[in-house]
Design a protein around this ligand. Structure first.
Ligand SMILES: Cc1cc2nc3c(=O)[nH]c(=O)nc-3n(C[C@H](O)[C@H](O)[C@H](O)COP(=O)(O)OP(=O)(O)OC[C@H]3O[C@@H](n4cnc5c(N)ncnc54)[C@H](O)[C@@H]3O)c2cc1C
Length: 487
């Protein structure tokens, strides 16, 4: 007997890179009962939020675009944030996603009951759907450092992801806390501004590759426009090369050690070539293994530190005080502005939203001991729910678009199985989850992330929250879902 194909209703929380892509892929499959709920007034996620001076991607732009929407028009090797935001807006408009999107609504609670997800938002317009995707991003909730006195500072404080463009920085004494990717992009811009005095408070230096952000001229862009295949090939080559580098971070073999040594050598040569002051050079060379923290790709930061209005302070911060920052040597650094370039809470996922699964199981209780999800996306007791870019996604110096797309294909394949009645609910079995976690546990020791530095890649037990194996092995695992792993 022919059984009718089921048509699901789907809610996607978040209209960032992931939410947009999910909606497009679902539409392409003929699933049109989609609702995207976005708390802000426009799409774009990360690229809408991060508007600090110098913001740009740090993987080549030709690698940072959807497989179905290559962009021949990137202006630079690492496109500025504004341009990336415009790209996502363009795709959003091109695929007519406004008809599916509810802006200015924050999802506050999702409860699974009677085989459906009941979604509550901060408006009266609640929603019930068959499938729920959390596409709320992992670098979304700004994190402030655990330093006392932040509230007593008399000047202006801001996080790099909450830039206040009304604040004039001309002539100001600015302290920047942090030395990661965002800090390296914005510090040179601050140093360039009129009469600023910039003090960088460094806890740990970053390994840095000084790759110049070359602009593409009109002729090169035209060439990409005339040869769409070339754009696609460049995208694939870049993804392939970066995957190889990422592999070096996850294997303890001779060849991979050599790759790390090579980049370590490149990075040290770059410091020595750019910074003449031997004391400053020493402060900028990390002592941990390259790749343990996110590698910073930037060719303007060291040059900027050479400028007379720049100071690198390596004394640990003791406290923030009324006038500025006091370091442990007792010195008070008088400041007008403090900028926290201190990253995000990568463990926040869909928080502060409440997520209640089958029989009232709360995600807070499930994750109390350890944050984990089968294949990063599915959690036992949370049927028909997918957490995009969840724990142990292969996040390193790679394109998150590629990761997110592969996860979306995997999840959508499961929905297809549901449509064809091969699965009645999509819920990872606890046994499958156990096997997955045991596998992660075995592999984690092999990775560079667990080699002894402090970074956002590590959870409270010091275990990497990123996929601890090669990209190739991850792709193989994500090719097709194993239906036997589901109830
Ligand atoms: C400064 C910076 C530079 C980066 N550079 C790169 C790079 O070069 N390459 C790279 O691969 N990645 C980079 N990233 C990572 C980047 O976050 C991802 O590439 C990508 O943008 C993530 O998209 P997303 O849609 O998953 O999440 P996000 O872009 O964070 O979007 C999540 C969306 O969900 C919405 N939302 C959250 N909670 C709710 C709720 N409860 N209700 C309704 N809506 C909600 C948010 O408003 C947001 O629009 C960078 C990140 C930052 C911060």
């Amino acid at each position: 007997m022919q059984v009718n194909k089921r048509t699901p209703s789907v809610a996607i929380i978040g209209a960032g890179m992931t939410g947009i892509m999910l909606a497009i892929k679902l539409c392409k499959m003929g699933i049109k009962k989609i609702t995207i709920i976005e708390k802000k007034e426009q799409p774009g996620g990360t690229w809408r939020e991060n508007t600090y001076p110098g913001v740009a991607c740090d993987v080549p732009s030709h690698m940072y675009c959807y497989s179905f929407a290559p962009n021949p028009n990137w202006s630079h090797l690492f496109a500025p944030g504004k341009e990336i935001l415009a790209y996502f807006n363009r795709v959003f408009i091109e695929y007519e996603l406004a008809q599916y999107t509810r802006f200015n609504e924050t999802v506050t609670q999702c409860i699974y009951k009677d085989s459906q997800w009941h979604i509550t938002t901060n408006t009266e317009h609640n929603l019930t759907v068959d499938f729920l995707f959390s596409a709320t991003g992992i670098l979304h909730q700004p994190m402030l450092p655990n330093i006392s006195g932040k509230e007593v500072f008399s000047g202006i404080s801001m996080h790099s992801a909450q830039w206040d463009h009304e604040v004039s920085l001309t002539g100001k004494k600015i302290g920047v806390i942090g030395t990661g990717s965002s800090a390296a992009q914005l510090i040179p811009e601050l140093i360039k501004q009129n009469n600023t005095q910039v003090t960088v408070f460094q806890r740990t230096p970053a390994w840095m590759l000084g790759i110049k952000n070359k602009p593409y001229n009109e002729q090169q862009k035209q060439h990409y426009r005339n040869h769409p295949l070339r754009t696609k090939i460049v995208n694939k080559i870049l993804l392939y090369l970066c995957a190889k580098l990422t592999t070096a971070l996850t294997k303890n073999s001779f060849i991979h050690k050599k790759i790390i040594q090579f980049f370590t050598h490149q990075s040290i040569s770059y410091v020595k070539k750019t910074i003449q002051d031997k004391k400053l050079q020493k402060k900028l060379i990390p002592t941990y293994t390259l790749g343990c923290k996110r590698l910073v790709i930037n060719a303007t930061y060291y040059d900027a530190l050479n400028k007379p209005n720049a100071t690198l302070e390596t004394q640990p911060i003791e406290t923030v005080v009324h006038q500025g920052i006091r370091t442990q040597d007792g010195q008070i650094h008088k400041l007008d502005v403090i900028i926290y370039a201190t990253g995000f809470n990568p463990f926040a996922y869909m928080h502060p939203m409440t997520l209640i699964g089958r029989n009232g199981v709360n995600i807070e209780d499930v994750w109390n001991k350890k944050i984990q999800a089968y294949r990063s996306l599915c959690i036992p007791n949370f049927p028909n729910f997918f957490l995009m870019l969840g724990p142990h996604s292969p996040i390193a110096n790679y394109s998150m678009i590629e990761i997110s797309e592969k996860q979306a294909n995997w999840a959508i394949n499961l929905i297809k199985s549901w449509q064809h009645h091969k699965l009645d609910i999509i819920e990872a079995k606890p046994e499958a989850m156990k096997v997955w976690c045991e596998m992660l546990n075995k592999k984690k020791h092999n990775t560079v992330w667990a080699s002894g530095c402090q970074s956002w890649y590590l959870d409270k037990d010091g275990d990497p929250i990123t996929w601890p194996d090669t990209w190739t092995n991850w792709v193989a695992l994500m090719r097709q879902p194993n239906l036997k792993d589901f109830r």
